[in-house]
Design a protein around this ligand. Structure first.
Ligand SMILES: Nc1ncnc2c1ncn2[C@@H]1O[C@H](COP(=O)(O)OP(=O)(O)OP(=O)(O)O)[C@@H](O)[C@H]1O
Length: 600
């Protein structure tokens, strides 16, 4: 990335970050600014106090002043020391408080934004990288402001220092300014390089984190043990780790070497400045106090210039990092750009899919090709096809989870893009094969289907009994308050089929007009699946039901069946009709039936 672009990125960040921060923490920010100002002035006061203290001691030795004068200056020095300590404490406390508030604000924004993005963003690696880069970005954003504050504070002190030195010789401040410039430039470049490295390493870092999570996950460690893939994965992780560590080390080595040269330059400059000071002392007979104070000013100026430079470096690193948060927050949201309609309270015509063609981002080959069909209100439709035929993709398009161009999906003749998403999701519900097992209470697991019913035990019982899970709940000691899953203490894990039935009860609680079961019963044994599907179909009487199942026996219950093959609808009709057709469906059905017959 060019330096000009980086600079632009930082200015962009500051222009967005500042107003937000001022809005979130106006009071804390103002108090912090006052403390910064006090902190900036304290070193200037300290210089004067040191000067007077040393002079008073010299006068005491010469017998021209009282002991009490030195004591007064000593007490003032102590007071300034206490003031320094207390401003430092308040500065740190305020920063912590501001950090919590700013981080919370941005973390929350990222989580809120994640819900507003189309699911399609989660199908592409770039989005995952961006999402990963938002981790801690709020904190980094705050660090930018904090670094600006520190630079601002030190600059005020430096101006005071340089003005003090200029009173004795203009060459002294010039020398210090000449020293600061290369240190600042170097640190800015270093910050940029560290950032570029972080972005470059981001995909592999994510992979390394993913591998470590495989070792920490219950399901994955099971397979790692069984297949003995631990060593292979460990090696993969180690190689990523060391490639990245060596890259980082190499950058730090180069930086360290340049830093060393700058340090050497700094030492020489300090020596030159001190020599100039001794020269001035010899010429203009400065007091001992002035000499001591000016020496302190020169050494502190050098230390401060390094702090200013390192904060510039941090700003570059943190700001470029924090811009990611705005890149993420600026991602386009689901249909926000036009007036949206509410989903019909009661569908009349039903669903129409017209010439639907769909590609995943970055893929040339369409996964769905000219898919067309209609589903009337109350109809039960099964979608079948081999693995990878496009069934789940079709479902996600129908649900509005993937964006589709206008003119392809309609509910009661209204384009899907014209519906307010929340009302669409309320009315078109799916239970997926990879449903979520919330490691929370059973109550929450069921009520996540419809949070308004969280405390409505009657509704929860109705939903769970429809999903045939009620009797199992009855046996649990804490009933709906039982914590499910193995992740937290006291959690009770349950079987895959029980988890699946709980997920199905969520759909019953939701009471949508269109219910979709995407292999939602696959964890059940074939008999349970058949009976549960039969029950579901009876329970969902009057509702439009779509189900995907690889067990074709279940398709007998459907009013019609759509057969998908390589993204196209190749057959449609009733069970018997398709068997008579002796095409794909009949072939799949016969292979499955012969499997069962052979097994008997
Ligand atoms: N995120 C993605 N990016 C690119 N291609 C994808 C993505 N997800 C799925 N695909 C591809 O889209 C095609 C259809 O996948 P889909 O999951 O819809 O099939 P399916 O019929 O539901 O399969 P299954 O019966 O195995 O669940 C497959 O070829 C798959 O490889």
């Amino acid at each position: 990335m060019k330096d000009a672009n980086k600079m632009h990125g930082i200015l962009f960040l500051i222009s967005r970050l500042m107003p937000v921060t001022i809005k979130i923490i106006p009071g804390l920010l103002s108090v912090s600014l006052i403390i910064l100002l006090i902190q900036a002035l304290i070193p200037l006061v300290q210089v004067q106090v040191t000067l007077h203290l040393v002079n008073s001691i010299q006068q005491l030795v010469e017998g021209s002043t009282q002991f009490s004068t030195s004591l007064i200056w000593l007490s003032i020095q102590g007071g300034v020391g206490l003031l320094t300590a207390s401003t430092l404490m308040w500065d740190q406390l305020l920063k912590k408080k501001m950090l919590f508030q700013v981080s919370f604000f941005f973390e929350k924004k990222v989580l809120e934004k994640s819900q507003k993005l189309s699911l399609i963003h989660y199908e592409i690696p770039q989005s995952y990288d961006l999402l990963a880069q938002t981790n801690g970005a709020g904190e980094r954003g705050f660090q930018v402001l904090s670094s600006i504050g520190i630079i601002f504070m030190y600059c005020i002190t430096m101006v005071g220092y340089l003005a003090t030195l200029a009173k004795y010789s203009w060459l002294l401040p010039l020398l210090i300014i000449l020293l600061i410039i290369p240190v600042v430039i170097f640190n800015i470049k270093l910050g940029g390089k560290r950032y570029e490295q972080m972005i470059f390493q981001s995909p592999d870092s994510r992979k390394a984190t993913y591998i470590t999570q495989l070792f920490k996950g219950r399901d994955s460690i099971k397979e790692i043990k069984m297949y003995g893939t631990g060593e292979y994965l460990l090696n993969k992780w180690s190689s990523i780790y060391w490639v990245q560590a060596n890259e980082k080390y190499s950058l730090e080595k180069k930086a360290g070497w340049i830093n060393f040269k700058l340090e050497a330059l700094g030492v020489v400059s300090i020596l030159v400045a001190s020599a100039m000071l001794i020269f001035i002392v010899s010429k203009e007979s400065l007091s001992l106090g002035e000499y001591v104070a000016l020496t302190a000013v020169i050494t502190s100026s050098y230390a401060m210039s390094k702090t200013i430079a390192s904060n510039f470096s941090r700003i570059f690193e943190d700001a470029l990092f924090a811009t990611k948060i705005f890149s993420f927050l600026d991602l386009p949201e689901e249909n926000k750009d036009h007036q949206l309609k509410m989903f019909p309270e009661k569908l009349v015509k039903g669903l129409e899919v017209r010439d639907l063609t769909f590609n995943y981002p970055g893929q040339n080959r369409p996964v769905l090709k000219n898919v067309s069909f209609t589903i009337g209100v109350g109809e039960r439709v099964a979608i079948v096809g081999y693995n990878g035929a496009g069934k789940s993709t079709l479902i996600k398009c129908i649900m509005g989870l993937y964006p589709v161009p206008r003119g392809m999906i309609f509910f009661d003749g209204v384009d899907i893009n014209d519906f307010d998403r929340s009302t669409l999701y309320e009315n078109v519900t799916a239970i997926f094969q990879d449903f979520v097992k919330y490691n929370l209470t059973l109550r929450e697991n069921v009520a996540f289907g419809n949070l308004h019913k969280l405390n409505d035990d009657f509704a929860l019982s109705e939903a769970t009994s429809k999903a045939e899970v009620f009797s199992f709940i009855d046996r649990l000691d804490h009933k709906y308050e039982t914590e499910l899953g193995p992740l937290f203490s006291g959690g009770q894990d349950i079987s895959g089929g029980q988890w699946q039935k709980i997920a199905i009860s969520r759909a019953f609680l939701r009471n949508s007009q269109i219910v979709i079961f995407d292999e939602a019963t696959s964890a059940l044994d074939p008999v349970s699946e058949y009976f549960l599907l039969e029950k579901i179909i009876n329970m969902t009487e009057g509702k439009t039901t779509i189900f995907i199942s690889h067990r074709l026996n279940s398709c007998r219950m459907a009013d019609s069946i759509l057969v998908l093959q390589d993204g196209e609808v190749v057959e449609s009709g009733g069970h018997q009709q398709l068997l008579n057709l002796r095409g794909y469906y009949a072939d799949m059905f016969e292979k499955q039936s012969s499997g069962y017959v052979g097994a008997v």
